[in-house]
Design a protein around this ligand. Sequence first.
Ligand code: PLP
Length: 383
Amino acid sequence: MTTKKRGKHTVCIHEGQIEDKQFGGAISPIYMATSYPFLDVEDKRYPRYFNTPNQEAVATKVAALENGEKALPFSSGMSAITTSLFAFLKSGDHVVFQNEIYGGTHHLIHEEFSRYGIDYSFTKGLEISDFENEIKDNTKVIYLETPSNPLLSITDIEAVATLAKSKGIVSMIDNTFASPINQTPLDLGIDLSIHSATKYLSGHSDISAGVVAGTKEHVDMIMYKGRNFGGNLSDFMCFLLERSIKTLALRVEKHNLNAQYVAEALSINPLIKKVFYPGLTSHKNHDIAKRQMHGFGGMLSFDLDIKLDAKLFQKKLNMIKPSMSLAGVESTVIQPSLTSHALLSPQEREAQGISDNLLRLSVGLENKEDILADIEQALKKCI
Ligand SMILES: *Cc1c(COP(=O)(O)O)cnc(C)c1O
């Protein structure tokens, strides 16, 4: 734990930075070396060992933001997720997964787990009893994701963390949608907080990376397994990520404001059936979100009126681009029924509450009036 608690903006800017002793430059120098001293050195530096100067610099920053003891940077979010899970699992073990999770994580579980003899269950809902019901004698990990994709559902983090602790089970959360500015799950008792740093931590749609943060003991276990699996982040990318995180708190605060504005405006628009955003009092679990989040984030989704064509709507947008990724400075939109959830049948999608007219919006940092205006003009062209 950091002893002296500084503000998030200060931590984003200064924490972990490498002092340029040679020239006194204002930023961390980039150390691209893959070869470091070997003789008489205890912790031998090597990129795949997660201990080069730039890897340690960005990891220190992320650990401080998450209120963890240690963090590790990976080459993608999936690399961070896979390495974290496999560090704590072996054949014969069982994992409880929240039912609504990122599509890539879903594919990992469905396509790989049984090949390695790892058993798993998905919860039926997001209540604490739903998690409790799936726990078995051999459950080693509970994995959650809140706010979830694409419906921005909220799980009670502290309740799940307490349940896991009482059974000696390791708890992990995908904290990507919230970012460490809006949510610090380690403070609520979660063991490991994971991010696709490709999203908010990077924020400019130009870095592929992942991170995990937690206690030194847990993160060291992942580090030692990660040295076998590979998946470390290059020093140049660590430098870029460190640079991006300097404005993370600033960006996320603005994402929060813009998303709240757009969510409120859309929720009273007659051409929109329903808006899903944890910052709206109409959200099913707004109270839990208010308790466990410091801000409600830049992601929202909405159901277009049944009369409107979701594809036509996206084509009529001028500024907002239909895009696979999210969390950049630019606003983007995606239709889950045609992308992340295309492999499910319409019935399966309906059971999850994902209609064919659902759109997920990543609210960017443009002027909020311009974001809303673009949506409103596109809606009018669909009538
Ligand atoms: C993008 C994303 C991931 C995967 O991250 P990559 O960097 O694409 O590997 C995991 N979880 C969530 C919630 C994501 O949005």
